[in-house]
Write a protein that binds this ligand. Sequence first.
Ligand SMILES: *[C@@H]1O[C@H](CO)[C@@H](O)[C@H](O)[C@H]1NC(C)=O
Ligand SMILES: *[C@@H]1O[C@H](CO)[C@@H](O)[C@H](O)[C@H]1NC(C)=O
Ligand SMILES: *[C@@H]1O[C@H](CO)[C@@H](O)[C@H](O)[C@H]1NC(C)=O
Ligand SMILES: *[C@@H]1O[C@H](CO)[C@@H](O)[C@H](O)[C@H]1NC(C)=O
Ligand SMILES: *[C@@H]1O[C@H](CO)[C@@H](O)[C@H](O)[C@H]1NC(C)=O
Ligand SMILES: *[C@@H]1O[C@H](CO)[C@@H](O)[C@H](O)[C@H]1NC(C)=O
Length: 268
Amino acid sequence: MSFTKLISTLALLCVAPLASAMTMPMNMTMPMNMSMTGASICPTGNISVKAALPDAMIKQNFASDLWEQSPTYIGLSVGTQNYTCTEAGAWGPAGAITYLYDISCLPVMHHKPFTSFIAGLWDNTPPVVTNWDLVDLTEKISPGVALGIHYWIPDPNNATSGKIFAKWDFSQAERFRNDTHADHAFVVSSESNILPDPINPVVNSQWLEEPVLLVNGQKDGELADVVVRFNSNGGSAPTTACTPGADLQVKSTLNFWFYGGHWAETIM
Ligand SMILES: *[C@@H]1O[C@H](CO)[C@@H](O)[C@H](O)[C@H]1NC(C)=O
Ligand SMILES: *[C@@H]1O[C@H](CO)[C@@H](O)[C@H](O)[C@H]1NC(C)=O
Ligand SMILES: *[C@@H]1O[C@H](CO)[C@@H](O)[C@H](O)[C@H]1NC(C)=O
Ligand SMILES: *[C@@H]1O[C@H](CO)[C@@H](O)[C@H](O)[C@H]1NC(C)=O
Ligand SMILES: *[C@@H]1O[C@H](CO)[C@@H](O)[C@H](O)[C@H]1NC(C)=O
Ligand SMILES: *[C@@H]1O[C@H](CO)[C@@H](O)[C@H](O)[C@H]1NC(C)=O
């Protein structure tokens, strides 16, 4: 039941741009290139991430270098974070598989409660439903709000470092399929400005900025120059001991905001 509710709620997001268009003054017609291209569904021009942050994070200057900038995409991420048990018997990060939905049409004040609401539905979905089911079903019904998939890849700069890096890939989303440049619609990032979740740092993953990774001096992907991760629900591994080599998936629902990136400007 929860999975059906989750999918219907995510599909309802498609109606948000319609609702937003209906409340727009009639003389403010939507530019033709807005809905057809890889741009965000609703305009993000005057939106600041500062308006989406709680005071506790503003006091710590979280993402303050972006407060004066507008995001390129505003995403809701639903999926799992992976962990493997280290030799020392503690859970260590091993990537993630999540799907991203465009929530640019929801007023910013609703992002946090909406993200928590979706987290509740996803957390109550029985374990037989995997994040791959979510990805498959989203791509099958291909709602216009589907942006793409988030996963992790081995270190592009050093095959033997054993490190992994976050990647977001919008190249398969239905909305962007016809774009001749769609294969550039990805970004690989590192992490900076890491802060504990202000509400429940044990259960919820850290908030962070993820600047694009440089490979041979070039940005690894054109989707964004920096991604911000916040409003975490779940995602952290338990602090209990584990059996070395064991795997664990922890459900994670949060927001990713994307800044800059050359790709959105190149869309045909
Ligand atoms: C739209 O119409 C309203 C009322 O007629 C007017 O005040 C406003 O300036 C118009 N906006 C634009 C963008 O033309
Ligand atoms: C739409 O096209 C106009 C003119 O080419 C451009 O100024 C504007 O930034 C574009 N808007 C979006 C959302 O891409
Ligand atoms: C952003 O806000 C400024 C000042 O309030 C306004 O002049 C401008 O038209 C707005 N831009 C967009 C894209 O809404
Ligand atoms: C993480 O878990 C998923 C299954 O949910 C799996 O398909 C994936 O390969 C795992 N590994 C990484 C690095 O994400
Ligand atoms: C790649 O990673 C390995 C293992 O950490 C390290 O020994 C090596 O120096 C690294 N190579 C480069 C070019 O950084
Ligand atoms: C992609 O192109 C096909 C064929 O021209 C068209 O039917 C479809 O609506 C286009 N899709 C998008 C998302 O623009």
